[in-house]
Design a protein around this ligand. Sequence first.
Ligand code: DX5
Ligand code: ZN
Length: 218
Amino acid sequence: TRPLRLAPSILSADFAAIGEVVRGLDLAGADWIHLDVMDGHFVPNISFGPDMVRAVRRLTPKPLDVHLMIAPADPYLAAFAEAGADVITVHAEAGPHLHRSLQTIRALGKRAGVAINPATPESAVEPVLDLVDLVLVMSVNPGFGGQAFIPAVCEKVRRIGAMTAGRDIEIEIDGGITAETAPDAARAGANVLVAGSAALRGGPERYADNLQAIRQAA
Ligand code: DX5
Ligand code: ZN
């Protein structure tokens, strides 16, 4: 029932060539474009902010899937909405008022997502299921691309699938997704697969093959 979607992340792109990267991913069959926003506080790395979302918005009509790894998130939600995000995902661990953050995203007219780190149980999202369109399960500790997939999160994905049965909620998995790990993630019930390094490896002329390999495997 949940459609398989590939959401390549631009995190490991050459930002000097962002136009070529985004147009290339679009042509290669990306369903969504995933944007990893990092603040050097919630995660130990800094990436980019709303201006990058605005730039990518001008490069593709595909849905922009904005993953906020920032704390606090609330002061910036309107800026990401205005920049052209379609899905805005906040971390359950990012602050004490997750419910308010999700309400704010919905009030801005955007699809709302909640993300959980590998060590966070699925019970953290249960109280807010009425407010979300997507649950993002981290399969690495957030902060960097190119890390190894943590297989233990597949069981959690399966439990979230059961918890959200009958609801119109997408289940996204993010971190270490390759043609080798995608089958387990998909079998566990994830329907949105984020891939950073495995999608971008080899440059734009490889994107279509990279995405095809992941899709085929899943
Ligand atoms: C990690 C990010 C991921 C990451 C994925 O903090 O949320 O989206 O960029 O990159 P890979 O696929 O290389 O793990
Ligand atoms: Zn991400």
